[in-house]
Design a protein around this ligand. Sequence first.
Ligand SMILES: Nc1ccc2nc(N)nc(O)c2c1
Ligand SMILES: [Zn+2]
Length: 371
Amino acid sequence: MTFSFDLKATDGKARTGLISTPRGEIRTPAFMPVGTAATVKAMLPESVAETGADILLGNTYHLMLRPTAERIDRLGGLHKFMNWERPILTDSGGFQVMSLADLRKLTERGVTFKSHIDGSKHEITPERSMEIQRLLGSDIVMCFDECPALPADRDRIAESMRLSMRWAQRSRDAFGDRPGHALFGIQQGGLEEDFRAESAEALRAIGFDGYAVGGLAVGEGQAAMFGCLDFAADQLPEDKPRYLMGVGKPDDIVGAVARGIDMMDCVLPSRSGRTGQVFTRRGVVNIKNARHADDPRPLDEDCRCLACRSYSRAYLHHVFRSQEIISSMLLTWHNLTYYQDLMQQMRKAIAAGRFDAWQTAFHTSRAQGDL
Ligand SMILES: Nc1ccc2nc(N)nc(O)c2c1
Ligand SMILES: [Zn+2]
């Protein structure tokens, strides 16, 4: 069984399709919950599956530090270790090193750094990143890249992008031939159309199973991100999955799908669940707010999740205020269900050729008050 992408329908730039892997199919557009340290925080794998997620994301950086990729390999790989037998995509580590580690040193070879956990010294190179992701057993492996901190001048962005393209070749060479496993390239180039084109051409020449838009969702803001996506998505091969990394809020996701993106991941729904931020069809509800204290209604009457079927806003307000563990569980469960339902609605709308009408209704429903 190999890795393949079947484009089912398009509606404008929006696409819907199916990624087939030996561990299962991924309906696109797809949202990947983030399972950084071999767990989607506050969720059981069974509840992640119930939200409708076909695939989740793991992180090379975190897992190489603790419990180490070698230990996970000895224990049968990441799927067995975390009891998630569906597809897993792992990020390659470079981005997390730059945002989390101490004393980082970047050279042509790779990055050396000190662990943010215990201060131990480590190195990631394209070759080491491929080895770690192989030991983890992930189904979709990301190239080792460098994501420049914005704002940055054009020379810095070009230099960083060209380093990432040399690392993409090394990643491809080190990945080898692994039927049923996919390697995705990552486009860089900041917000510059010419650098993004150069990066896309370099990746296409190397050849990947999928192509990510990296270097965005780094503080540029939605307008700049959409402006970049207006050209960057089209620069990538149209017959392979396009993955926008680290995105985002619900309206970011809708706008990215409208610009030709097929896959996304973000900590927002799970992290927000732990801080009392709840996503609904009419916008964000802050369950901490006193006005929910006596409200017998569910978070969202239209939602199928456990929290909305069995608990009132009053209860969720109480357990959040009391910092009870069930609060994180139920709010994360709801938020991830909301995100998956959003993806399902978009897949159906694109397949039916009514994505524009759906988008209009999505934006209109969020304008209403009384959340
Ligand atoms: N916003 C993001 C999030 C994750 C990323 N991961 C990699 N490997 N590269 C990027 O540019 C990312 C950007
Ligand atoms: Zn719900």
